[in-house]
Design a protein. Structure first.
Length: 647
């Protein structure tokens, strides 16, 4: 989100173009392309438009080239205007498309499984009153959509869609309507008339009041941006800090983004100039451009998402770069054990590119180990009185010549398009997405160690990576994950939702079958079902009390049940050690044609927290969800699995 704090003429004089904000928006969206490649959207609000002229502009597109398509369309509209009008200050400020003071951009990475242009942000709620016109976009997923939906329908609204984004737009929009109607009545009671009423409403509107009414209902992780047609804008972050949000402000501009280096690059800033929006805070900019930071919701325990640091965010952030290197270096001991400390006959590499920084950390850890080993060996040689000076020098030279062997053994062939094929043909193509660097290891002698940022489903490993690595004929293949075992669905914004998709869960199911523990599965199901039934009863009782007392919908929707919620799915994993599940994962990933021995090394949760101390959110690894909605979500996902399980 971008808010220009000066008239467009100011940027024309200082930077040579009124398109200063638009260009920054384009740059930031390109720099955040990693966050979503399914679709994109951009919007603009023009503060100086007169009645009868459009003041809200929006473009959306689908596909990986959506950003290019959007901005090609924007500039096509701009360039269609005669040159003399594009140089006319009044025309630019009042009528030229996408020439405004407020901008919003979004990259879509769907977590709901729903697709299509209607699901692409920013969402727009139009109204004849500029103050009631609302644009919304965000990085979020709510776990209690049913509560919000019930709240809206109970007051007579008719939502056209059940998705959290649609419902949030209607909820915030409803509260915006209520607040403006309240201000309208106040102004009329004070004797105001006509356009003076409208102007005074704009002056008195406090968006923080609306957010304080709406946000207590939201169970989930979110960083949400909003803009009204009259110039108010905001970004609010969830009280657990699950989803990230950063901002920069000076006397010319306010910039908000999901990642710090995006703002640094776009605005030419140092790390300490970009601030992080804290848990439960909102940055608010009013119509006049006054910027404030307000605590909207009381802070909850810090549960900032650790998977953002491992994988999703750009590795160019100063802190994330260090953390990913640490994630690699902390794996050193576990990797050395897997190759029996034989670094002489081991080659180290990485797949895919997102694991490169962790790979550098692993190399540093291996070099540190080798340096200590060399020191010990040299110390022993120097103390060996049976060797003459010439033999000692020769032995020391031999020790010093030892090196950690590293190669780029696999290259991703991005030209292959597997979507053009079906069935077995598609699998055959998928197996060739990567190609290998021939001659990079000694056949049947070397161990081959490759580090990945995460192993979620294991599909690419099984269908492609392990097969092509085996063509190099290593003695052993060790696949290393810089993240721990992903055992539980993420319901707060990253697409990891179905239990059976996780290779760790499938490996656990395999161990359960092998050891005859199937009864455990149904015992856990019964516990989940009983808890969900009791929860539903308590929510129904809350609704009954609300109806009797005429409490507000927001109040009852925000109220949590008194009963503690338990993640019973943890019991499914309890009979097995971390290593047993890792070993079973390795068995599931190999096929009969694989000649090399294959082993898996996962990062531990303890070392994850050492590497990423400021982002302790680890529910996908530990099952410790920060919200009750998350705990309900995982139990429901498990019940869904059991109900559809083929026994």
């Amino acid at each position: 989100m971008i808010r220009l704090l000066k008239p467009l003429e100011y940027y024309q004089k200082k930077y040579g173009t009124w398109q200063y904000g638009l260009e920054k928006l384009y740059l930031m969206m390109e720099k955040q392309h990693n966050r979503g490649q399914e679709a994109a959207g951009a919007a603009c609000v023009k503060l100086e438009a007169e009645p009868g002229n459009e003041y809200v502009f929006r473009k959306r597109a689908l596909g990986t080239s959506a950003i290019t398509e959007i901005f090609d369309s924007i500039y096509k509209d701009i360039n269609a205007v005669p040159k003399e009008q594009k140089e006319d200050k009044d025309f630019i400020e009042k009528k030229l498309p996408f020439a405004g003071e407020m901008y919003m951009g979004h990259l879509r990475y769907s977590t709901t499984g729903k697709a299509g242009l209607s699901y692409v942000h920013p969402f727009l709620r139009r109204n004849n009153w500029r103050a009631k016109t609302l644009l919304l976009c965000g990085n979020f997923n709510l776990t209690n959509v049913d509560d919000i939906y019930a709240g809206l329908t109970s007051i007579g609204q008719h939502p056209r869609n059940y998705s959290d984004t649609f419902l949030m737009l209607e909820q915030v929009g409803h509260r915006l309507d209520v607040e403006i109607e309240k201000l309208y009545r106040q102004c009329i009671s004070e004797g105001m008339q006509g356009i003076n009423v409208t102007n005074e409403i704009d002056n008195r509107l406090d968006v923080s009041k609306i957010l304080k009414k709406c946000s207590p209902v939201w169970d989930g992780g979110y960083a949400i941006c909003g803009m009204t047609g009259t110039g108010e804008s905001f970004c609010i972050r969830d009280p657990w800090g699950i989803r990230p949000a950063y901002y920069y402000t000076d006397d010319e501009i306010v910039v908000v983004a999901s990642e710090r280096p995006v703002i640094q690059t776009a605005m030419f800033l140092e790390t300490n100039q970009v601030k992080e929006l804290q848990r439960g805070e909102a940055i608010l900019i009013d119509k006049k451009g006054k910027v404030s930071i307000k605590q909207i919701i009381p802070q909850k325990e810090n549960k900032a998402c650790s998977f953002e640091r491992i994988y999703f965010s750009r590795g160019s952030d100063e802190d994330i770069y260090k953390e990913r290197k640490s994630l690699g270096s902390t794996l050193t001991d576990a990797v050395l054990k897997k190759v029996d400390y034989d670094v002489k006959n081991s080659v180290f590499s990485f797949i895919p590119n997102t694991a490169e920084v962790a790979y550098y950390g692993l190399l540093e850890g291996l070099r540190s180990y080798l340096d200590k080993l060399k020191y010990t060996q040299i110390e022993k040689i120097l103390k060996d009185d049976s060797l003459n000076e010439e033999d000692k020098e020769k032995s020391i030279r031999s020790v010093l010549s030892a090196r950690i062997r590293y190669e780029k053994v696999a290259i991703k062939d991005i030209k292959l398009r597997t979507f053009i094929a079906e069935g077995k043909t598609r699998n055959d193509l998928a197996a060739h997405v990567y190609d290998i660097t021939y001659g990079s290891i000694h056949k049947n002698e070397d161990n081959l160690v490759v580090i990945d940022d995460s192993i979620v489903r294991g599909t690419t490993l099984k269908q492609s990576i392990i097969k092509i690595l085996d063509r190099l004929k290593p003695k052993k293949i060790v696949v290393v994950s810089s993240s721990p075992q992903i055992r539980y669905p993420d319901c707060y914004g990253i697409d990891m939702s179905s239990m059976e998709e996780f290779i760790a869960f499938r490996a656990t199911m395999s161990l359960i079958r092998k050891r005859g523990l199937q009864k455990l599965l149904f015992d856990v199901y019964d516990k989940c079902l009983a808890q969900e039934t009791q929860y539903a009863k308590e929510k129904a009782e809350q609704e009954r009390i609300r109806t009797e007392r005429m409490d507000s919908v927001d109040k009852v929707a925000a109220a949590e049940t008194k009963m503690p919620l338990v993640n019973f799915v943890k019991e499914v994993y309890a009979p097995f050690t971390y290593e047993e599940i890792s070993d079973e994962i390795a068995q599931l990933l190999i096929t009969e044609d694989i000649k090399a021995k294959v082993e898996i090394v996962y990062q531990t949760i303890e070392d994850l927290h050492k590497s990423c101390p400021k982002n302790p959110g680890d529910w996908y690894f530990s099952g410790n969800y920060p919200t009750k909605g998350g705990t309900r979500w995982v139990n429901k996902a498990y019940m869904n699995f059991i109900e559809h399980m083929k026994i």
